[in-house]
Design a protein around this ligand. Structure first.
Ligand code: MLT
Length: 307
């Protein structure tokens, strides 16, 4: 029997489906000291963001059954992919499932900042009535710069356009001819956007994408949303930009360290925060579960002999 370990849990329907297809699913969490050895007994590992699959863990799993790791989510930065590949372990993710959910969260943060919804929730609970202070802005008519025009960027662009925003974008692969939105070089996008939303992975080699130099060229009073990866933005530079007024508001779902200990950022009055919940919707988790089942089924069909 093919054994699947779901180390960070998996949507119940997906577990039931895998079981009905004849897989043995073990829904258990092994911590980093136990995982490598435990993996010797599993063909397939499914993880979310909590489990880090390091070279050390892969070394400990050496000589076992492990053939496939699935990241139930988009980002695969918690897996040492080159090392896994070198060891003959295939790594897959579920890139299609959570785009709409992440895009909706970005829109939520934009409204929360533009209309002081996030801070009103804090100050009203504190007995304050800041009606005059909280004169906001409309999203309609503003320019949204999307950095990273993949699936999430495109889902966001559609929603933003429907709200009457002008969408411009930058992407590492350049202009996409099928898109009607304006393509801009990154610096031009940073200079001309009222709202900027980041949808790129963190590049370990290049480091953060947004630091002091990038904040310096942004419009005064810009809004920045990061629902991608924490390290894409230098938190110290962001705090400085919030404090000196360059940034009017920041919507932050992801942090340099998670769970974050950056109280200055979390408690900042111009910040709307969420605890890395971009994909945390019923719909996204269901789609992730379905994508995991399909990926496993296809993998097993295509590698019948090997497994
Ligand atoms: C992802 O990479 O899929 C998202 O950041 C969601 C998550 O990791 O929980």
């Amino acid at each position: 029997m093919i054994r699947v370990l779901t180390n960070d849990g998996l949507q119940k329907g997906a577990i039931n489906k895998l079981t009905s297809l004849g897989f043995e699913v073990v829904n258990n969490h092994y911590d980093k000291d136990e995982l490598g050895t435990a993996l010797k007994e599993f063909d397939i590992l499914v993880i979310r963001s909590a489990t880090k699959v390091t070279a050390d863990i892969l070394d400990k799993a050496q000589g076992g059954k492990l053939k496939l790791i699935i990241r139930a989510g988009v980002g695969i930065d918690n897996i040492d992919v080159p090392y896994a590949t070198q060891k003959g372990v295939v790594v897959k993710n579920t890139p299609n499932a959570s785009s709409e959910s992440v895009a909706e969260l970005v829109i939520g943060h934009m409204f929360a900042l533009a209309r002081f919804i996030a801070i009103s929730n804090c100050t009203m609970r504190d007995g304050q009535w800041n009606k005059k202070k909280y004169e906001g802005i409309e999203l309609g008519g503003k320019t949204l710069g999307i950095v990273g025009m993949g699936r999430i960027g495109k889902a966001l662009a559609k929603k933003a356009e429907a709200l009457g925003m002008k969408v411009v974008y930058n992407d590492i692969f350049g202009k996409q001819d099928e898109l009607s939105y304006e393509f801009l070089e990154l610096d031009d996008l940073l200079k001309s956007s009222d709202f900027i939303s980041l949808h790129v992975p963190y590049d370990k080699e290049k480091g953060s994408l947004i630091g002091k130099a990038q904040f310096d060229i942004m419009k005064d009073g810009v809004y920045l949303i990061n629902c991608a990866r924490g390290k894409v933005v230098e938190e110290a530079a962001l705090l400085e930009a919030l404090n000196n007024g360059k940034v009017a508001g920041a919507g932050i779902d992801v942090f340099e360290e998670e769970p974050t200990k950056n109280e200055a950022l979390v408690n900042h009055p111009k910040v709307s925060v969420t605890p890395h919940i971009g994909a945390a919707t019923k719909e996204a988790q269901e789609r992730i579960g379905e994508e995991v089942v399909t990926t496993i089924s296809n993998f097993v069909t295509n590698n019948l002999v090997a497994i």
